[in-house]
Design a protein around this ligand. Structure first.
Ligand code: NDP
Length: 457
């Protein structure tokens, strides 16, 4: 029996030991899911919706307990933990509302001799391998619509968010989802790999581009549905007609919320030279006002990093940038206390020779680069192997539209950032992944279309 130890990233203390799965127990869960799935799919949609609605209500009733656990194991500041759990309820409301119109059979042609209809069948048994940074969001984007559409789900929370994964597991079962239909597998990457060895009908992965490519290599030859929601190096351009203070305040939050550990965190900022210095002044002042401290304290805005190795990545990005001529406008080093703390960091005079402008930072660190024109900003925004989100701050809607049409990204923002809506599709280009979650596309993706050709005898 393997034991997985859970540590509090704010203090380094061990807070729980959890029994992990092994290859045999993963296989047994997969076999039970396979056997149980047809009966789950055969239930009326209303019965599955009722389970998900009870789960949603449990999230509401238990929000404080769930938020405390989330903060204890990933270090997310408590208000942001509550926001995430409340946010999942909002997403569930969307899925409950939209599922019928997304997957109801549709008659697309009918005359006296022939009726043509599109149906939507569940995929069957799907694997949901999830990340730790927003475990309720990135897990819920998959397991909620997958369950609603009649699939069984083998769910692997990140090893850094295991206690949250088990909270989700218990509440789904209490809400009426059979244990065989939603089965949680506990463990680190090796258990994720064991899950991929099972004969599943779809793999829905959220995590880093590096792991995503390994998952793609393992799953590709099996010819099953594969979705990868991966990282980003999300750029924003602040044009010369933007309000520098409003843009700085908005973007500082977009860069540092969740301690910068969001797939859609603002990771690169390009500012027109006419307002660059004023923008930087406001940005640094906003960051200086962020309260760093005990994530369980209500006023804390910056917490620890969830994963200790990320401190080395941030150290290396700062050292690389400074060696190549960047200016440190704030932070730049670890905070000396127990746990995984890094000071919010602002680098200016940066360029694309520096890792901080090329590689995902996934922490409270931002590079701000001066540009001379919209076209220079656009070229720099597209100079990346990622393509998750991109934004433009300008008063001019037509200017924003021209730039946002030309940028390579799944989501584009005008005068806003770091935003996800359940009503809109979430997808990426390049190393940001393949496939779609959220919106009606993100419901249909858990089904396969069936073409019905119906001729009356
Ligand atoms: P990882 O890639 O490290 O891990 C993702 C998941 O894969 C974890 O559950 C992990 O398990 C598991 N895993 C690790 N190795 C394997 C393997 N060989 N086979 C199968 N599964 C495996 O990512 P993080 O959890 O660190 O998440 C951060 C990343 O996720 C960032 O790059 C971020 O941008 C991205 N992300 C993307 C989102 C999007 O919507 N595009 C949303 C949220 C995050 P374990 O943790 O137990 O090792």
């Amino acid at each position: 029996m393997t034991v997985l130890s859970v540590h509090n990233p704010a203090t380094g203390e061990r807070i729980a030991d959890v029994t992990a799965d092994d290859a045999a127990s993963v296989a047994a869960k997969a076999a039970r899911a396979r056997a149980a799935q047809p009966a789950w799919a055969a239930q009326p949609l209303g019965a599955r919706k009722a389970c998900i609605e009870r789960f949603r209500n449990a999230l509401e009733a238990d929000v404080e307990e769930l938020a405390q656990t989330l903060t204890a194991e990933v270090g997310k500041p408590i208000r942001q933990a509550r926001n995430e759990i409340d946010g999942l309820r909002g997403r569930i409301d969307f899925f409950l509302d939209a599922v019928e119109r997304a997957v109801s059979p549709e008659t697309v042609f009918a005359d006296a001799a022939m009726t043509e209809r599109i149906g939507h069948d569940p995929l069957g048994v799907v694997a949901n391998i999830s990340a730790w940074n927003y475990p309720y969001f990135v897990g819920g984007n998959v397991f909620v619509p997958a369950l609603l559409t009649g699939n069984a789900v083998l769910y692997k929370p990140s090893e850094y968010a295991t206690l949250t994964g088990l909270h989700i597991d218990r509440r789904l079962h209490a809400a009426g989802v059979p244990e065989a239909i939603f089965a949680t597998v506990v463990g680190a990457g090796a258990v994720g790999a064991a899950l991929l060895d099972q004969p599943v009908d779809g793999v829905f992965f959220t995590g880093s581009a590096a792991t995503g490519k390994r998952v793609a290599a393992a799953v590709g030859p099996r010819l099953v549905r594969l979705q990868l929601e991966l990282g980003g190096k999300d750029p924003t351009y602040v044009a010369d007609d933007a309000d520098p203070k409003a843009a700085a305040e908005s973007l500082a939050d977009g860069a540092m919320y969740n301690t910068g550990q969001s797939c859609c965190s603002v990771e690169r900022i390009y500012v027109h030279e006419r307002i660059h210095d004023e923008f930087v002044r406001h940005f640094v002042a906003t960051v200086a006002g962020f309260r760093i401290g005990d994530p369980l304290a209500d006023g804390s805005y910056i917490g620890p990093l969830t994963r200790r190795p990320q401190l080395d990545v941030l150290d290396a990005q700062v050292a690389d940038a400074l060696a190549k001529g960047a200016t440190l406008a704030a932070g730049g080093k670890r905070i000396e206390r127990a746990g995984n703390w890094f000071a919010p960091t602002v680098l200016t005079n940066v360029d694309h020779m520096m890792a901080v402008m090329r590689d995902e930072s996934f922490g409270p660190i931002i590079g701000i680069q001066r540009v001379q024109s919209d076209d220079e900003a656009l070229a720099l925004m597209n100079d990346t192997r990622y393509g998750l989100t991109a934004g433009v701050y300008t008063r001019d809607e037509a200017r924003a539209a021209r730039l946002l049409r030309a940028v390579r990204a799944g989501s584009v923002y005008w005068n806003c950032c770091d935003r996800v809506s359940p009503r809109l599709p979430w997808s990426g280009h390049g190393d940001s992944g393949v496939g779609v979650t959220l919106s009606t596309y993100g419901i249909q993706t858990f089904t396969r279309p069936r073409a019905w050709h119906l001729r009356p005898a």
